[in-house]
Design a protein around this ligand. Structure first.
Ligand code: KG4
Ligand code: ZN
Length: 334
């Protein structure tokens, strides 16, 4: 079969990224232009600034990708774009850009859900083996999803309130750490111990998780200690939060392995960049002889490579979009 080259675009949050992916598994070249430093000054992503910066940078990012990959748009088989969920103004920049390229160069357009992108990012590192259990952990998602085949998603459990990445970002703020919170909490936690008993809601009868109670417990601990004039051990608090946040995930994965006979686990989403979590999940999977796949670090946080990987099964099925494609901030796949 002829090789299929997909030019993929990702602009759902604060990364302007374009990649060329061959056959859904080989990222030929990828450029990820992060706006992180600009948003860090505001303590989080400012949607208006993000979409303006995508508009300013996207053409330059495309030029770089074509130059470095030594490819022309004429050589590309399809244009893929992340259309939902995310920041509406940011998504729109990518969607309109993709539609323009599709029209100008007469290439099929493929609309990719951003969360499917995180799942398929694994194909850039290890090929997905079905049936599998996907742990999706990002700034907006905390889901345990069963997949029997491509694009077949059955939710086993999900967060009842906050997403895990969102909780990391809020805890980071309370601990006076810079945006993005997750990696900074992890860095601080390295210097601490799991000494604070924070607690969280654990529904033992389901695969659901909860992060709002754990997050509030950190906030209350900081306020109470301040009121009493006590000094907070921030690294111990960061370590306690991180340990207890991931403990929930590990418990549910173990329950699924024992009760459902899971043989393949994949991890997806920005939080899978956590070195602590990667080590703990590997130990759990080794203990029960379960195959584990986690994307390379560069494919964990938002990137266009994962959109090209997720577009490939849609290309094979001929699932193309029309030029009426619109962005959506909330469209879910599960
Ligand atoms: O997938 P992603 O890049 O964007 C969304 O689609 O949400 O995920 C970003 C999230 C942020 O909440 C960030 O704090 C978190 O992933 N994150 C981490 C780590 N690296 C990124 N959380 C914990 N530990 C990390 N090392
Ligand atoms: Zn993401």
């Amino acid at each position: 079969m002829k090789d299929i080259y997909i030019l993929a675009i990702e602009t759902s949050c604060d990364e302007t990224s374009i990649a060329i992916v061959k056959n859904g598994c080989d990222c030929i070249y990828m450029n990820v232009l992060s706006q992180m430093d600009i948003h860090a000054d505001f303590g989080g992503v400012v949607p208006e600034v993000a979409s303006r910066m995508h508009t300013e940078n996207i053409t330059m990012v495309l030029e770089d990708v074509l130059k470095k990959s030594k490819m022309k748009i004429e050589d590309i088989d399809a244009i893929a774009v992340s259309y939902a969920p995310g920041l509406l103004g940011s998504l729109l920049v990518g969607v309109e850009f993709a539609k323009t390229l599709s029209y100008l160069f007469d290439k099929p357009l493929i609309a990719v859900n951003h969360i499917a992108g995180h799942i398929y990012a694994n194909n850039l590192t290890n090929e997905l083996k079905f049936p599998l259990l996907a742990l999706v952990i990002s700034g907006g998602h905390t889901d345990l999803v069963m997949m029997e085949k491509d694009y077949d998603f059955k939710v086993l459990g999900k967060t009842l309130d906050d997403a895990i990445g969102e909780a990391f970002d809020k805890v980071a703020r309370v601990l006076d750490l810079k945006y993005p919170g997750g990696p900074n909490v992890e860095k601080l936690a390295l210097k601490g111990k799991n000494t604070y008993k924070l607690g969280y809601y654990d529904d033992k009868n389901s695969y659901n998780l909860s992060y709002s109670g754990l997050k509030s417990s950190v906030i209350n601990t900081v306020h109470n200690e301040k009121q009493r004039g006590n000094k907070i051990n921030k690294s111990d608090l960061a370590c306690s939060f991180q340990t207890q946040a991931f403990e929930q995930v590990l418990k549910k994965l173990e329950k699924a392995i024992l009760n459902l006979g899971i043989k393949n686990i994949i991890v997806a989403g920005g939080v899978s960049a956590s070195k602590y979590l990667r080590k703990e999940i590997k130990a759990l999977c080794d203990k029960y002889n379960v195959n584990l796949s986690i994307p390379d670090f560069k494919y964990c946080t938002d990137n266009a490579g994962m959109i090209g990987a997720a577009a490939y099964p849609l290309y094979l099925k001929g699932k193309f979009s029309s030029l009426d494609l619109n962005a959506s901030s909330s469209s879910e796949i599960f």
